[in-house]
Design a protein around this ligand. Structure first.
Ligand code: FES
Length: 122
């Protein structure tokens, strides 16, 4: 079953939404189920000042997005690049094994948004 933390982040997801003038945007789709996740970041002084996400997916994917957004906020670009999907599952006190694939999107979408930011900066 789902941990209390997963349920909490699913019922009350943090940082849901969109940043209109985002510095970086990353969208990934899950090949297993077709679910979609988009991350928006705002960067200031090399730090992730704000982060928002939109997830069209299952409850686990929403909880994962919410946790990734919390982990990313306030971190430097380098630190945020080190957030892994495994780390996110750990912070959520685990996911049922058949839902582990749902965690694949989270850190990937964040990293993609960061790469998008770095590309734009060039
Ligand atoms: Fe698609 Fe969970 S079932 S991300």
């Amino acid at each position: 079953m789902y941990s209390k933390k997963v349920m909490d982040h699913f019922m009350h997801p943090r940082n849901v939404g969109e940043i209109k003038d985002a510095d970086g945007i990353g969208e990934v789709g899950n090949p297993v189920c077709g679910d979609l996740m988009t991350f928006y970041i705002k960067v200031e002084n090399n730090k992730i000042k704000d982060v928002k996400f939109k997830t069209f997916g299952c409850g686990a994917a929403i909880a994962v997005s919410s946790m990734v957004s919390e982990l990313a906020k306030g971190k430097t670009i380098e630190e945020a690049m080190k957030v892994t999907n495994k780390m996110v599952v750990g912070k959520l006190d685990g996911l049922p094994s058949q839902k582990l694939h749902c965690s694949n999107l989270g850190a990937d979408a964040l990293h993609k948004a960061i790469k998008n930011y770095l590309e734009k900066k060039k």
